[in-house]
Write a protein that binds this ligand. Structure first.
Ligand SMILES: [Zn+2]
Length: 476
């Protein structure tokens, strides 16, 4: 663990101090908190695999038991899919409420032969916990469970009201969570939603992620004829769906790299000078980014820096394009149909449903005569943006700075965690993303790992954050 940084006044203004009592508690309980996480990692709770449904249910029971041992009242709620585990601390009237979100399901472990050790027989090697789910997300949400337990043991109780929502369907798109949150909104309503399911900017850089992109995914089909037609008999007299589709897709962006769909940018929260300055100060290595991806250029929307485009601007990308004949040799056919897959990453406050509607209308207008267009929305998720001026952000930052002895970095993510917007909307909670993992934790890949140090620092950070939130929000 890190040597103790100077306590008391932090750059964010709250006098919190590194929680020396929690650090000492963790030293004394190190093996136990580690072993308990390994026990959870041993359960192969792969949500997408129907043969693992029993293991997923077993993981839910394990989580509920762990929450009970931490002093909370826990319940396992059946859903149409995998169960949701909720828990609540003994109510403290007048105190603020924090809801902690996590997911106990994991990605499939295949290809198994690429793992150095079996994915569901976790090991600690060279200071790393290796096993499926170590970082995503069992290790990260379990750090909060252990923090709550530590505060109960040290202080005899919690400084504020704590709720947990731990789902088992995150890796399959959380199909039942939004409805669950709405149904249980009275029991789960909170001032702040703490979410730890992401990566710090660097191993020693405590990070708060305050912006997530949303997304909308479309399948576009164009049809011109009842069947494929002979190009000698019909060529020159019929529309070609592939040519039409290519032109329609090309027309979705203008020469400045902007999406050329009327109304697309209407609801975008623009970057102000302060945020542009903050993003410009984030250490980001463009050369390494290019080398890693094997790319030779970073084109995009004119007028915005690379990090601004990756984190804070909406996008439109084509993922697949198909139709007609692409086999060996030749076939002189005018195909009847063409298909494209495309999606947009969206930023606050773009509404995925409205964007889907605008794209649909645009593509229909752009279709040449004789071309029938069919658009299907395959998936959608809302963007999220945490107001940095909310006192919960400063309180969390002060706690992280006390634990790490380093200033907090504020990051956005180009990716999407739609549940964050659901927590915000259904529970009225301000989302605070306290990232504990690292970019190289090999999420969804073989040999997933979570640094032991980051697990323990995560427990410290969670405990310090709960105390800081109680002080900052309780005093309002
Ligand atoms: Zn995750």
């Amino acid at each position: 663990m890190a040597s103790a940084p100077p306590p008391s006044e932090t750059p964010s203004g709250f006098a919190v101090g590194r929680p020396a009592d929690v650090a000492a508690y963790l030293e004394a309980n190190r093996e136990r908190v580690l072993e308990e996480l390994l026990d959870l990692l041993r359960i192969p709770s792969v949500s997408t695999d129907p043969r693992r449904a029993g293991d997923v249910a077993r993981a839910a029971d394990f989580v509920a038991d762990a929450l009970r041992r931490a002093g909370l009242e826990a319940r396992v709620h059946p859903t149409a899919g995998h169960p949701v585990v909720t828990a609540a601390s003994a109510p403290i009237a007048g105190a603020p409420t924090v809801v902690i979100y996590g997911h106990y399901d994991v990605q499939p472990a295949e290809p198994l032969e690429a793992w150095a050790t079996p994915p569901f027989e976790p090991v600690v090697v060279d200071g790393r916990i290796v096993g499926r789910g170590a970082s995503d997300d069992k290790g990260q949400f379990f750090a909060h469970v252990k923090a709550v337990e530590a505060l109960r043991d040290l202080d005899g109780g919690l400084p504020l009201n704590v709720r947990f929502v731990v789902e088992g369907e995150e890796e399959i798109g959380s199909p039942n969570l939004a409805a669950f949150l709405t149904e249980h909104r009275a029991a789960l309503a909170a001032d702040v939603a703490l979410v730890s399911d992401g990566a710090m900017l660097a191993p020693e850089t405590p990070t708060i992620t305050y912006g997530l992109r949303g997304a909308v995914y479309l399948t576009v089909r164009v049809r011109t004829a009842a069947r494929d037609l002979h190009s000698g008999a019909y060529g020159g007299g019929v529309a070609n769906p592939l040519g039409a589709l290519a032109a329609m897709l090309a027309g979705l962006k203008d020469g400045d790299g902007r999406v050329a769909v009327a109304g697309f940018y209407d609801d975008v929260v623009e970057l102000d000078d302060a945020e542009r300055e903050r993003l410009a100060s984030v250490p980001f290595d463009r050369e390494a980014f290019m080398a890693d991806a094997g790319i030779t250029a970073t084109p995009g929307e004119r007028g915005f820096g690379l990090l601004e485009r990756l984190w804070a601007r909406p996008t439109l990308d084509v993922h697949g394009l198909g139709g007609g004949f692409v086999g060996e040799g030749m076939k002189t056919v005018i195909p009847a149909e063409g298909v494209a897959k495309l999606s947009c990453r969206l930023v606050a406050r773009q509404d995925p449903d409205r964007i889907a509607h605008l794209l649909d209308a645009h593509l229909r207008r752009a279709a040449p005569e004789g071309v029938e267009v069919d658009v299907v929305v395959e998936g959608r998720g809302e963007p999220a943006l945490t107001p940095l001026e909310h006192p919960a952000v400063a309180a969390t930052a002060s706690a992280l700075e006390a634990v790490w002895g380093r200033p907090v970095a504020y990051a956005r993510s180009g990716g999407s965690i739609p549940v964050v917007a659901d927590l915000q909307r259904a529970l009225g909670a301000v989302p605070v993303l306290l990232d504990m993992g690292l970019e190289d934790d090999r999420l969804h890949a073989p040999n997933e790992k979570f640094e032991v140090r980051h697990y323990l620092q995560g427990i410290l950070a969670s405990a310090a954050t709960l105390r800081a939130l109680a002080a900052a929000l309780g005093a309002r």
